[in-house]
Write a protein that binds this ligand. Sequence first.
Ligand code: SF4
Length: 354
Amino acid sequence: MANKKFSDLLLNWFDLYGRHDLPWQKNPTPYRVWVSEIMLQQTQVQTVIPFFTNFVRLFPSIKVLSEKNLDEVLNSWSGLGYYSRARNLHKAARMIEEKYGGVMPTTTEELMGLPGIGKSTAGAIIALALNRPAAILDANVKRVLSRYHAIKAKPETARTKKQLWANAEMHVPTSRHREYTQALMDLGAMVCKKDPICSRCPYTNSCAAYLSNSTRIFPGSGKKKSSKTKSTYIAIIRNRKREILLERRPESGIWGGLWSFPEFDEKNGAETIILNVMDSANYYCEQLPPKHHHFTHFKLILKPLLFTLIGDNSRLLENDGRMFFQKKSAKTIGTPKPVVDLLNDLWRKNKENS
Ligand code: SF4
């Protein structure tokens, strides 16, 4: 049975303090809500807003998205990170076209059958787009419920997840499902943050963690993963026409399916590609300053080596997922942010020197 007090307090708070003007709240179709929910995984609202606006401008419907090639979709995602989200959106759009005649399904089970949609995202689509009852349990909601119910165990264990889901489902109200779901997300993002601002919370008379003065110990945490640093050489190979060689990365791993510079563990590995794959052995090489890129669990240091090919023999002997790109064509493919930054630096220098 719905816990009316919990939802009433939250909805009253939301009416006064919640977010009512987010772009995906205007015309909240299942497609727009789905796109926003995928973008909001691991990413802050303020970062998502311009990407969302651009994405729905480029791909205004499931049909349009399904008809585009993956590179166009990845290109629009450049800078947002976690590119598997874009690949899954594209793949799911094609599945919806084929299996559901282009209409987004509306049951939890069907939605969870699409790539990239878990139980919480399915619940968010049902509640936010269709205004129907469904529970959500994203990272923010896990934090709120762990504290409210004083659930100390690590939220990622199967037992704790089950407990949190049971609580999330218990609190779903009998009406105003859209507002309630947005309110829960907003409370987690704006008030019950890592350092909670309990003085602004509607639950100071009922939150178990607050009442026992122990908000700091909830949610429980597992062993912290140590932050690692990885470093790799990258070869920026430039031919006489000032085109740059890029290769498509494998589907799995970081930046899966995107175009990037060839990567090497050892400095001399880059020379091998020039000798083996291209019919040019003449080049000069300069080392550029390293670029640092932060992922959630590690820092990546890219050590760029710029190879400028001399002579006309810079034809690729075999394609093998590698291509030379001009500035204009490189802007239409999916490339990760550090690669975009390096390319822009190079082309800016080309312009200055020309
Ligand atoms: S009272 Fe504090 S800890 Fe409890 S739900 Fe509200 S903000 Fe979170």
